[in-house]
Write a protein that binds this ligand. Structure first.
Ligand code: FAD
Length: 495
């Protein structure tokens, strides 16, 4: 292994991944390292990736990003979860919310009490006991120290990259405009030495971060790291995206609507809506997918539909030699649970914790790759759950999903929940027990049993406990304005 201290980091690519990385390195390691970024306006970015999950707020706090400024700059709205429509069966729906449902006790989570109450005749949905879920349903939102709420954002992806670019350049990140034509390697150990641009500029560095998108110019084309294909577990391989005009009501959640050969997203921003259809090209042509999307929009189109092809899976190593891959260069899991931007963030933080100030060691590389693999596998399982556990079999696509392989780790989680009502998280799990429960119930699994501790409450105590939670939620909801009204006073876009 090459032992050299890292002073110069070169970020290749200026999409969401590239600028998030440059901004974080410049903000947090600025004293010791110099950061440069190279991107090509001619090539452009993928231009999608607009829904996030709550930990993005931690990333922004770490960087000292002002939430209102960020939201204004990116036309952002608040997101309280995802509404899954037609996933369990046609005409069904449920919300996977970011909130905590009910109250926990030492023995287990709230769903055991809900299951017991249900057995005793309670007719409430599990989601009736979640504040964020109810706020989402009512189209309400508000932030107050007395009434905490767990949220993420919907944002304009291109504006987010531009916002972070300004932030990073103000911290001294040097930007090169140009097309990378060649990646030069050291002859002795195959480490990357420099990037050669189309105008002849050579950019040398000690460490390189590959944020060049699906092609993985450094990690794959130069270092031949390899790709583990997961399309036998997640068959969708295409998406078509289009932007439409904004609507008067702004839903504080993403919509994910299952179709016969895939699913459609709707992401409301302040001034427009991001729409797309993720589908499997074996069962739906690009032409028919585009028509299906255009026939299911709720407002006028603003852009031409754009087709994007992908292969689900992971780069075999996220860190190889003196190169780290982030964003689409590191692999791809479809955006069903909005996890890609989150993975960029956890990749950056994990890398900074292992940052090779005094030289690269194989143990640091192995640790990074081990953690990344378990994180990716647990997210993969969570996404596969939506396709696997469903009553749908009304098309070739859904019939294929029924018979396709299930990861062992997921099969175990589902069986344990069905038999006992128990859920335990794995090492890399980014989703909470509550998230697994919401989605498993939503997709139609009803556990055969629950924790005995729930049945130790007598009927009166149980009813008081359940009613107390609902009353508290109702009181908190009364204090909330509509989502649009809150945005208009908190972070309106300048017109
Ligand atoms: P890109 O945006 O492709 O950027 C690549 C950069 O590399 C560009 O700047 C390009 O110019 C540069 N580049 C490439 N080649 C060269 C070269 N030769 N020379 C110089 N520069 C070069 N994620 C979420 O978290 N939430 C979502 O809702 C979500 N939705 C998605 C929907 C779809 C259909 C897809 C495909 C992805 C979605 N994602 C989502 C993922 C998200 O879009 C990406 O994680 C995010 O945009 C990061 O992309 P990137 O920066 O890695 O790549």
């Amino acid at each position: 292994m090459r032992q050299q201290s890292i002073k110069q980091v070169i970020v290749a690519g200026g999409g969401t991944a590239g600028w998030m990385t440059a901004a974080a390195l410049a903000k947090l390691l600025n004293k010791d390292i110099k950061v440069s970024l190279v991107e090509s306006d001619d090539i452009g970015t993928v231009g999608v990736g607009e829904a996030t999950i709550p930990p993005i707020r931690t990333f922004h706090k770490l960087l000292g990003i002002d939430e209102k400024l960020f939201m204004k700059a990116t036309q952002a709205t608040f997101k309280l979860g995802i509404s899954f429509e037609n996933w369990h069966k046609p005409q069904s729906d449920y919300i996977h919310s970011f909130g905590m449902t009910g109250k926990e006790c030492w023995a287990g989570e709230f769903h055991h009490f809900w299951l017991h109450a249900k057995k005793m005749g309670n007719k409430d949905d599990f989601g009736d006991y979640c504040y964020e879920l109810q706020a989402a349903k009512q189209g309400k939102f508000g932030i107050s120290p007395h009434n905490p709420i767990n949220y993420a954002f919907h944002m304009d992806a291109s504006r987010y990259a531009a916002f972070l670019r300004e932030f990073a350049e103000n911290l001294g990140v040097k930007r090169f405009e140009g097309k990378i034509e060649r990646v030069n390697k050291h002859a002795d150990n195959g480490f990357i030495k420099s990037l050669l641009l189309d105008d002849g500029t050579e950019i040398t560095g000690d460490f390189f971060i590959d944020c060049t998108g699906f092609k993985g110019l450094l990690i794959e084309q130069a270092l031949h790291t390899g790709y583990e294909d997961w399309s036998h577990l997640l068959p969708c391989d295409s998406a078509v995206a289009v932007q439409t005009k904004g609507t008067p009501e702004i839903a504080p959640y993403t919509r994910s609507i299952a179709h016969q050969s895939g699913w459609q997203w709707q992401i409301p921003l302040q001034n427009r809506v991001g729409n797309g259809l993720v589908y499997c090209s074996r069962y739906l042509s690009d032409h028919d997918a585009t028509q299906l999307l255009l026939n299911n929009l709720s407002s006028e189109t603003l852009t031409e539909p754009k087709i994007i092809k992908f292969k689900t899976g992971r780069r075999r190593k996220g860190w190889n030699k003196n190169c780290l891959a982030l964003g689409l260069a590191s692999g791809f899991l479809e955006p069903l649970e909005s996890t890609s931007i989150h993975l960029i963030m956890t990749g950056i933080i994990r890398f900074m914790r292992l940052f090779p100030f005094t030289g690269i060691t194989q143990h640091a590389i192995d640790e990074y790759n081990k953690q990344l693999q378990s994180e990716l596998e647990s997210i993969r399982d969570f996404i596969v759950l939506h396709y696997k556990v469903t009553d749908r079999d009304d098309s070739e696509f859904w019939q294929h999903c029924k018979t396709m392989e299930t990861p062992k780790s997921l099969a175990h989680k589902v069986a344990l929940f069905k038999e006992t009502g128990r859920v335990f998280l794995d090492d890399g799990d980014i989703f909470r027990v509550d998230s697994w429960v919401q989605v498993m119930l939503g997709q139609g699994i009803m556990p055969d049993q629950y924790h005995h501790v729930a049945s130790l409450m007598n009927d009166q105590e149980l009813s008081r406990f359940m009613q107390g939670i609902k009353q508290q939620i109702a009181q908190r909801l009364q204090q909330l304005p509509t989502h649009r009204a809150f945005i208009e006073q908190y972070c309106p876009v300048d017109t």
